[in-house]
Each structure stands twice: as C-alpha cells, then as structure tokens.
Design a protein. Structure first.
Length: 636
C-alpha cells in the first residue's frame, strides 16, 4: 500500500522489491565471484521455523545476505521506503532499522551504526545483511557450521504493536489458489466488484504498483501497464486509452480497481461466492504453464477400447484418495494415517510418486503431510531427489483449481524442488517430506516424486505415509495403520509398482475412415486393482481412472501412398465432463472442460511425408470419475 507519511512512502514489501532500486545498478555475479557469491545448502530458521527462501542466498565477505522480501515477511516487519534517500526502513516491535543501498552506515532508532557489509541489489532483488538486521531488532543469531544452519531468535511480543485482527466479516481472496484474508472490504458498485490494486501486485510475481500522482495509479502485471485514474472510466493500457464500464476510485488511500476488467484483460476467470465471503481470481498467465486448446462442437462416434495396455517405469505410485471426504466419523481422534506404502528393497535407489486428494469436512483446520519412517536397524537412507506440486481450493471448480495445474506441471516437467532433497533419515527416525495446510471445507491435491537412496548399500526398510493432524501434533510421531476405507465412496487408495501406463494402438492407414479408442475405460487398461495393491492394510481400492499416473499412447501411422498426408488427432470425453493435459511432440496443451460426446479438441495437425510414423501422446487427467477419454485419428 502507498500512503504519504512525513515525506516517506509506505510500501508493501512486494512492491518495494520491484521499485526500490530505480537509478541504482544491479550488482552482477561477476562483481562478487571472488567472494563465493552463492551460499548453497543453508537453512534459515526463525524462532525454530524454517523459512522458504526462493531466491539465492548470498555470501559477501563471510556475511550472509537474504532477499529483503522473504526475511521481512518472515519476521512480520513493516517497511517504509524513501524515494529521495533510497532508504528502506524496517519497523518491528517499536524498533526501526534504516538501510540505504550500497551504504555501510545504518540508522537504528535514529542513531548512526556502522555495518561491515552494505545492502545491495542482486538480480532485481533487495539483499540485506541477516545478522546486522536481526541483532538490531533485538534478535539473537547462531551459526551452526556443521549443519550449515542459521538460527534466529526474535521476540514476538510487543506492547506497542499489537497484531491486527481482520474483521470477522472479512472476505477471503484466492489469487491463483493463494489464500489471502483481506484487510480491506470488497466493494460492489452498480453490480461491479472492486478491490484495492495492492492485492494484485502484492501477490503476483513480477508485478508492481506506483502512484504517478495522487489521483493516478500505475499497475504493471504480466507485461501490461495499466494507468487507473480516480473516478474515470478511461484507463491507459500500454499507453492506449481503453473505455471501461467501471470507474476506479480511491478509498482509505487505496486505489480500488475493477476486478472483472483486469481478469478479462489478463485472461482468466472470476468467481464471487458472497454467501461464503470468498472471491476467486484466476489469471492463466500465473495459474498455468501451458495454453488451453480451442474446443469444438461435434458428435463423436462410439470408440473402441484400447486393445491392451501395460505398466512401465520404475517409479511406484501411492494413492491417498480414500477417504476423499474427511469427517469426524472417519477420523475421531486428532491424528490419523490416511495411506501408507511399506518398502523393503535391495536396490540402491528407489523411485516413488505420492498422489493425494482430500476434502476437509472435519470442522477444523488440518495439516496433511508426507512422512518417511526408516524402519531399518542399521541402514540410513537419503532423499536424493524430491519434487512436487500442490493446489487447494474451497471452490467447486476443483478440476480447474487443482487437477489441471497439477497435470500441467507434471507433463511440463515443472514440479517444484522440495526442501527435503538431500535429507538423511537415520535408522529408527521419521522425517516430514512435505506438509499441506487444509482449511475447513477445502480440497487439497498434491503430487510428490521422491527418490530414496540407500546410504550403506544394504537393504532399505522404510514406510511412506500420508498423515493428518488437527491439533499441531508432531506429524513424525504418527505411525498408526491407515484408517478404514470409506466403502460408500469408491475413491482409490493403494500402492502399485509403476506410475506410467502405455497403450499401443493398432496401426492406422492413411485414407481409412476415422477411428477412435477409449483410454481409462476401466476394462482393457485397468491394471491398478485392489488385488495387486502393495498396501493392503485396512483395505485398498483400485485406480481405474489412473489418478496421479501418466498415460502414454503410441499411435502408429502407415502411409503406403508415400504422398504427404495430414494426420489429425482429436480428443473427446466419454464418461462425464472431462479435462486434463496432453503432450505431443514435446508441447503440452491443456484440455478445457469437454461435454461427453458433443465437444472435442484437436491437436496440431501432423504432416506425414514418409511411409510410416508413430505419434506419441502423454495424457494426465485433471479429476472426475473414471475419466475415460477417446482418441480419434483420421487423415486428409
């Protein structure tokens, strides 16, 4: 937010990092190369809690520098920015620390204090000296050389700065699945919804806001520059005037901007649930990696089943989706194991995938985690690789909110690195691999790929679990058997040795009529059954819909004419509303929601110039029931 206070502009940290260094040169890696610029494999703990640092941690003259945004948000500090002096002021518990770019003289409560290292700009991020700032905000810093760990202890109490409590009737904003309790009201004028522009540039990457005057706000998002003027329905978009139906306005020092206009301009969807006081904003540029395909109307002929299919690969699959709906009847205590996979292996490295999907109807917030218990008496194990993706939603659009982003990230190879990579689990020890917060009436979906390595080369004995706690219990102490299945809702649960399925279609000859084949049909390609589950304790249910799996389809094409022919591949839903992601020739595209039998999408045409080719598709479903989808092939 921007307000004038005694010659200073009050900024949110997100905006500050975007605007702070106008007129200052970014320090390059070459400038610091002799100082071991990057400080890798360092953990930062604030009052015992590890904080996530997305940008590089820097080392300058044996002083650790952190991105200002990540650190100040972690310690709950307010920030003031003076454009005239290029000074950032952090205010916490009544103490103020002023830092000026490239200056080793700071001010602490107005008094000059010398620093050994100056704050700097690196890769368009503000970096501050961790020890100096922490100690001058009454904190203590301990460096653990052996564990490469910085432990910062800060006083979280203050008589002068009580933590503000949002109003009881606050709206909850979901900005691309990020849950934000709004401190400001959502305002509706003439049927149009308005919120402060700060919620856009504070919570969207590479976005910023700047007051051009006391009446005009510049908002930059995804390469577009909007100039909103108080009370005027003309907005400049990249300096071109655009007339809106809405009029932005200033209230409480903030520019309220029309939500629907921005969503339409940026590409996305908007949903307001006034009964739940929840506003959902989806911007495709930030929500998805890949583009949506265009869908067409058209009746599809009845497809055949794929003749056969096979499991392939070395990555196992643990599915935690039953009970999907978590209730107090099913989980009467404050902790539970939802699913588990017991492993005993002589392989040096074992690859696993964990897929989860749960709906919180417990009436209270819950934490779900993936844990690994090393049950070996002598062999340590190491998490040699860990990547995952998670989304949650309190919305009924769960396929769009959760399933599509997960499928998109998986096929695009954009699963996010987990902090658990490199973790060593000693014999008898249990560690948490990933945790997920789940609010009441919310759904969470997650996928996690983990590679586990035997350190001593002997047999690896360990148990992977998905566990739940509702009262801040230690998740690593949950070693119970999985809770009983909800047999009234046949969602899958179990563990299977592979997470990829492959189907080879019969050869299609150009000039032949269109042919179609149904995958995930539950008959000819149902290989993940209750009977062959590796995790039978308290029951398993098969996975005919291939939740969490990658489904690969090979389509051999024969062209005896030798002439150039255009091959068209279409996809259509066959058993309820369908959507997902598909990869062809290395390009991932998103399948919008298709009505069964009446809508379809068409992949880019392939020109066959030779006598034969095999087209390969990779498909991941976004959610639904058994998720049958038909693949049609024809030539022109």
């Amino acid at each position: 937010m921007f307000n004038r206070i005694r010659g200073l502009y009050v900024f949110t940290i997100a905006a500050l990092t975007s605007l702070i260094f106008i007129g200052h040169q970014d320090v390059s890696a070459a400038t610091l190369v002799g100082e071991n610029l990057y400080k890798k494999d360092v953990s930062i703990l604030i009052n015992g809690n590890k904080i996530n640092i997305k940008d590089p941690i820097l080392n300058k003259g044996d002083h650790i520098l952190l991105p200002m945004r990540d650190f100040y948000e972690a310690i709950d500090a307010n920030v003031l920015w003076s454009k005239e002096t290029q000074t950032a002021s952090a205010i916490r518990n009544g103490k103020t620390v002023d830092l000026t770019i490239n200056s080793t003289i700071a001010k602490v409560n107005g008094s000059n204090v010398s620093m050994k290292v100056a704050p700097l700009l690196f890769q368009n991020r503000t970096y501050i000296p961790l020890r100096f700032v922490s100690e001058n905000l009454d904190g203590k810093v301990n460096w653990n050389q052996g564990e490469q760990k910085v432990e910062v202890t800060l006083d979280n109490t203050s008589e002068n700065t009580p933590t503000p409590t949002p109003p009881v009737d606050s709206y909850v904003l979901h900005m691309n699945n990020k849950r934000i309790v709004m401190d400001d009201p959502l305002i509706i004028k003439e049927g149009r919804s308005y919120i402060p522009a700060t919620y856009f540039y504070e919570h969207l990457d590479n976005s910023s806001g700047n007051w051009l005057s006391n009446q005009v706000l510049e908002l930059q998002i995804a390469g577009l520059i909007f100039e909103f003027s108080d009370g005027k329905n003309t907005v400049l978009v990249n300096q071109e005037p655009v007339v809106m139906n809405e009029k932005p306005f200033i209230q409480s020092g903030k520019m309220y901007v029309p939500v629907q206009f921005l969503v339409n301009a940026l590409g996305g969807n908007l949903r307001n649930l006034p009964d739940k006081k929840e506003l959902y904003i989806y911007l495709n540029h930030f929500m998805f990696i890949s583009d949506f395909m265009e869908k067409y109307d058209g009746v599809s002929p009845r497809p055949e089943y794929v003749p056969n299919a096979r499991l392939e690969g070395t990555r196992s699959l643990l599915v935690s989706d039953n009970p999907e709906t978590l209730t107090q009847d099913q989980i009467p205590s404050t902790t539970a194991t939802l699913a588990q996979h017991v492993i005993q292996s002589t392989s040096i490295t074992n690859e696993h995938r964990i897929f989860g999907w749960h709906f919180n109807k417990l009436g209270t917030k819950a934490t779900i985690a993936i844990t690994i218990q090393n049950t070996s008496a002598s062999n340590s194990i190491k998490i040699s690789n860990a990547k995952g993706y998670t989304k949650s939603s309190g919305n009924s659009w769960i396929n769009y909110d959760i399933g599509l982003p997960i499928a998109d990230a998986t096929l695009s190879g954009q699963l996010k690195n987990s902090d658990s990579a490199g973790m060593i689990i000693q014999p008898g020890e249990t560690k948490t691999i990933e945790t997920y917060e789940l609010y009441p009436d919310y759904v969470v979906g997650f996928i996690q790929d983990i590679d586990i390595q035997s350190i001593n080369g002997g047999t690896s004995d360990y148990t992977i679990r998905t566990v739940l706690a509702t009262n801040n219990e230690d998740l690593t102490q949950i070693h119970s058997d999985p809770i009983l299945l909800d047999k009234t809702a046949a969602h899958p649960r179990g563990a299977w040795p592979q997470s990829m399925i492959i189907a080879d279609l019969p050869t299609y000859t150009v000039g032949s009529p269109e042919v179609g084949y149904n995958i995930s049909n539950g008959k000819t390609d149902h290989l993940l059954t209750e009977q062959n589950s590796l995790s039978p304790i308290n029951g398993s249910i098969g996975n005919p819909g291939h939740f969490g799996m990658t489904y690969k389809v090979n389509i051999p094409i024969s062209n005896p004419t030798g002439e150039a022919k255009i091959i068209t591949v279409k996809l259509a839903g066959r058993g309820g509303l369908y959507n997902g992601a598909v990869k062809m020739n290395g390009v991932v595209q998103l399948i919008p929601t298709l009505k069964p039998g009446t809508e379809y999408v068409e992949l880019p045409n392939y020109t066959l110039t030779g006598q034969a080719v095999t087209l390969s598709l990779e498909i991941m479903h976004a959610g639904g029931a058994n998720l049958p989808v038909a693949i049609y092939v024809e030539s022109k």
